[in-house]
Write a protein that binds this ligand. Structure first.
Ligand SMILES: Cc1cc2nc3c(=O)[nH]c(=O)nc-3n(C[C@H](O)[C@H](O)[C@H](O)COP(=O)(O)O)c2cc1C
Length: 169
């Protein structure tokens, strides 16, 4: 993609704990016609089924969940600290009512597999969905984690293969 260099997931040097848990990310889904994004700070990078993968956790009431369901690919977009207000906005407003990319002046780019990403990101990870499952209350070993689900809105976990990885020049 213009202004970005393709790298291998193995060459990512950022600390995943900081990148996801502290910097946060925008999960973007959709295509040029219809897309949405939401802020997420829960997730992970790893290796599974001999593939570099990401894990994301999306509650069923998110508008993003419905867009994710329509597509095989999605992207994770990481931003510098100066974009924090955009991450706050996209973590509060819903794409059901607001065009977040337009409101935040985010420039949409198409990724190699026709998902969308934002040109302002410093790192873009395009992901191909491999597996999805909703958390099951009976599977929780630590009851303390159940406190996150007072409305029974258990996250859907997606495991997705990293199909392309780009860093901004
Ligand atoms: C810092 C931060 C982290 C968040 N992490 C998650 C997450 O990992 N999973 C999730 O389902 N929602 C998460 N949210 C909430 C969504 O971003 C928020 O509900 C958003 O408005 C959903 O937008 P949508 O309805 O357009 O999908 C987070 C919000 C913030 C502010």
């Amino acid at each position: 993609m213009y202004n970005f260099t393709e790298i291998q997931p193995f060459d990512l040097t950022s600390n995943a704990f900081k990148l996801i848990g502290k910097d946060w990310m925008l999960i973007a889904a959709g295509d040029k016609e219809k897309s949405n994004c939401m802020t997420a700070s829960w997730g992970g990078f790893g290796f599974l089924w001999n593939k570099p993968v990401v894990f994301i956790f999306v509650r069923p009431q998110r508008y993003t969940y419905h867009i994710l369901e329509e597509q095989e690919y999605f992207t994770l977009n990481f931003f510098k600290e100066t974009y924090r207000s955009i991450l706050n906005f996209c973590g509060k407003e819903s794409g059901e009512f607001v065009d977040k990319a337009k409101e935040c002046h985010l420039d949409i780019a198409s990724t190699p597999n026709n998902s969308i990403a934002y040109r302002q990101a410093h790192t873009i990870i395009e992901c191909k969905k491999l597996y999805k499952e909703q958390f099951n209350p009976e599977s929780f070993i630590a009851q303390s984690a159940l406190e996150f689900y007072l409305n029974n809105d258990f996250h859907y976990m997606y495991i997705a293969e990293i199909s392309n990885c780009f860093i901004r020049n």
